[in-house]
Ligand binder design. Structure first.
Ligand code: AP5
Length: 213
């Protein structure tokens, strides 16, 4: 059998469903979920050096500079829990330089999952998204609202989830996506991300199971 857990990368446009799928993938494979967006937001609210350097970029929808994010990810992947349980990279690598930085230190993955969702669908997903600050669970006011009144009242909206900022985020995504996909062409799987979350998840898990056996 395998000595260590699966090493997975999930990529896709802003609001393509990466976070939603990562919750399901982690529950099934027991991997460590590493979202660079979550890590950066935590750094911003904690007021760390990384957070101070990242804040203005994130607020405007631009990518943070490669040197701000690469070091944190490499350090995190190096930790014992990742080595043992395996990992799921969400939102990284997002540029060619980030992909090259992983390759340079010998970090490779078993599967690169690309969620394909057209831009028109993404804007609606962004503006309706809400997060539960207590559980971290992701909701959508139209597609998946909570049925609990208490949860509904405490939901929060991300400051970069406006129609104006998602345009900037989409621009950054389109400028980099082909270079990133090209770096993983040999292990890439493309999944239609417009289906219902459970259907998307079924497709993803079939692909992961196929490479792990
Ligand atoms: P990050 O947090 O990574 O944001 P993102 O890539 O824009 O992705 P999102 O979190 O917006 O969306 P998602 O794909 O996880 O979708 P979700 O599941 O929530 O990055 C934020 C910022 O941090 C960047 O702009 C940048 O500044 C910085 N950053 C992060 N990583 C970086 C890096 N590597 N380099 C440089 N800078 C970096 O779903 C969205 C909504 O749709 C939800 O409401 C959900 O309920 C709904 N939904 C999900 N799936 C479906 C479905 N199948 N059908 C209908 N609705 C669905």
């Amino acid at each position: 059998g395998r000595k260590s857990g699966p090493r997975l990368i999930i990529a896709g446009a802003p609001a393509s469903g990466k976070g939603t799928q990562c919750e399901l993938i982690r529950a099934r494979y027991g991997v460590v979920h590493l979202s660079t967006g979550d890590m950066l937001r935590a750094a911003v609210s904690a007021g760390t050096d990384v957070g101070r350097r990242a804040k203005d970029y994130m607020d405007s929808g631009r990518l943070v500079p490669d040197d701000v994010i690469i070091g944190i990810v490499k350090e995190r992947l190096d930790s014992p829990d990742c080595a043992e349980a395996g990992w799921l990279l969400d939102g990284f690598p997002r540029t060619l330089a980030q992909a090259e930085a992983l390759a340079e230190v010998g970090i490779s993955a078993d599967c690169f999952i690309f969620l394909n969702v057209p831009d028109e669908v993404l804007v609606e997903r962004v503006v309706g998204r809400r997060t539960d600050p207590v559980t971290g669970k992701i909701y959508h006011m139209t597609f998946s609202p909570p049925d609990d009144e208490e949860i509904l009242k405490r939901l929060e909206q991300r400051s970069d989830d406006t129609e104006e900022k998602v345009k900037v985020r989409l621009g950054q995504f389109h400028a980099n996506v082909e270079a990133v996909r090209g770096s993983y062409a040999d292990i890439a799987v493309e999944v239609d991300g417009t289906m219902r979350p459970e259907e998307v998840s079924t497709m993803i898990m079939k692909s992961i199971d196929a490479v792990l056996t």
